[in-house]
Design a binder for this molecule. Structure first.
Ligand SMILES: [Fe+2]
Length: 496
């Protein structure tokens, strides 16, 4: 009786080869492999198989497409889908489409074998094939190989998670070299960006080179083919300009199909060559790093554009009203001084730095006749001015940034006693950074000339703030304000 024939379709060579080897060495099946969905379909058309194992997630023709095509070519051919545990619902969907069964990754050798056995048994009514004693050694060897591959995958996953936590490209440049050295155990690694015909090294381990000319170097091969290049021993190591001792692998990193950098790994600690699995792992890692770098760059562009747009809006508002010119800037400076005295966190200071600047952004929606009125305001006009907090909030609301800054814009006119606006928040309901801005804002409003009154003196403003502690203002914030360096420098007031 001929051995049953099994086709394994997976774009991940580690999983593909592990599965094929388990099926051939332990199960005794004749195995064939396909590295993507289209190749799988072609092979199913050409050859008679008894089972097909297929990955679900593959580029272009995925496992579901292959399953549907197989149903058309040979509706009796059992297809087993291989899926990650977290995507089990995909396996269920595949079963509904006619998959014979599914296994989850990481799979166990016995599980694969007994599944294949059961299918063959059911399909051909054969007796169970038991794993013979003399196959124990190969089971042990495969188990060890599988274990080490799973270890690699789990290291890769933890590195990917670490990479996701980095939001600054400078940090990423440094960390990718450390990570990849850990992942593939190399003595030399570098990451560089392509610039005017040179690879400008951004971070490196085991080499101090800063800039490498591309022309005439082994990098040309990787750049020409936009693919990894595994240099041979007689070639020149661009890190040291000496002959490569054991290995040198260079991997291009691309954004929008343009190569922008190279990740280089050289001289394996054990002197061995890079295996296909390791190259695949390093390529995946580089792909992941490139995506992270792209996301950060996009985020930075978006954030900076937004910040600049909002800043020009503030400048526009202040240009309309000569009395408040530079008000936002001063409020921010006073608030940062208070934050310093109160020992607030860097995050709080960042929120103040930006939110202080924007706190009156809603004034863009207040009419000039009201904003610049030289006489006392009517109650209706006071209401209109007060609306600037809500208008500002509405401007910021659709933006998915600035969550910490938003309360500074909406709530900087709230009072500790709940008599402020727009929400009438009280005491602890008002975030501390908002209380800080409220103090700085009131001080600057009192000491600046308004259309309807002249600036009050510095002393008057401070007395007023002390008088209104615990009603309008948070007493600790007022105390901190009185102790700020700026005031101390003026030599006017130190409050304990
Ligand atoms: Fe305001």
């Amino acid at each position: 009786m001929n051995s049953p024939k099994v086709l394994v379709v997976d774009d991940d060579p580690m999983i593909r080869d592990a599965l094929a080897e388990i099926l051939s060495s332990v199960g005794g099946y004749v195995t064939d492999v396909a590295m993507n969905g289209s190749e799988g379909i072609e092979k199913i058309k050409d050859k008679p198989y008894d089972i097909v194992f297929t990955d679900l997630t593959m580029p272009q023709v995925n496992g579901m497409d292959l399953l549907r095509e197989t149903r058309k070519i040979n509706s009796d051919l059992p297809v087993v889908v291989v899926t990650g545990f977290s995507t089990i619902e995909n396996a269920v969907a595949a079963m509904k489409e006619g998959a014979y069964d599914f296994i989850t990754k990481p799979f166990k050798i016995q599980q694969v074998i007994s599944l294949a056995k059961r299918i063959i048994g059911e399909r051909r009514q054969l007796n169970d094939v038991t794993i013979k004693e003399n196959q124990k050694a190969s089971i042990d060897r495969l188990n060890a190989e599988l274990f080490s591959k799973l270890q690699e995958i789990s290291i890769f996953q933890s590195l990917s998670t670490e990479l996701d936590g980095l939001h600054n490209n400078k940090d990423i440049y440094e960390r990718i070299v450390e990570m990849v050295t850990r992942l593939l155990e190399v003595k030399e690694a570098s990451f560089g960006i392509l610039e005017n015909g040179y690879l400008k090294i951004k971070s490196a381990i085991g080499t101090r080179v800063k800039s490498i000319p591309i022309r005439g170097s082994i990098f040309e091969n990787a750049l020409k083919n936009r693919n990894f290049y595994l240099a041979k021993c007689e070639e020149i190591n661009p890190h040291s300009e000496t002959a490569i001792a054991s290995s040198f692998l260079t991997i291009p990193l691309s954004l929008n199909h343009e190569v922008f950098g190279l990740l280089n790994l050289a001289e394996r600690a054990d002197g061995a060559a890079f295996s296909e699995d390791e190259i695949y792992l390093a390529m995946n890692f580089a792909k992941k790093a490139a995506l992270r770098i792209e996301n950060n760059a996009l985020y930075d562009i978006l954030y900076n554009n937004l910040v600049n747009a909002l800043k020009s809006l503030v400048i526009t508002i202040e240009a309309r009203d000569p009395y408040t010119r530079h008000h936002s800037e001063r409020v921010t400076t006073y608030s940062l001084d208070i934050a310093e005295v109160m020992n607030l966190s860097d995050e709080d200071k960042d929120a103040i730095r930006f939110g202080g600047y924007l706190h009156d952004i809603g004034k863009i929606g207040v009419r000039d006749t009201v904003l610049l009125k030289p006489d006392r305001l009517t109650p209706e006009e006071v209401e209109e001015i007060r609306l600037h907090t809500v208008i500002g909030d509405n401007i910021m609301k659709p933006l998915n940034f600035f969550e910490r800054e938003k309360p500074l814009i909406r709530n900087h006119h709230e009072r500790i006693d709940g008599r402020g606006y727009p929400d009438g928040l009280m005491g602890a309901e008002i975030p501390l950074i908002v209380k800080v801005i409220a103090v700085a804002d009131s001080y600057d409003a009192m000491t600046s000339s308004r259309p309807y009154r002249k600036a009050r003196s510095h002393e008057f403003a401070l007395e007023e703030m002390v008088r209104c502690s615990n009603t309008q203002f948070d007493a600790d914030v007022v105390k901190a304000f009185l102790n700020t360096t700026a005031l101390k420098k003026k030599g006017i007031w130190v409050f304990n």
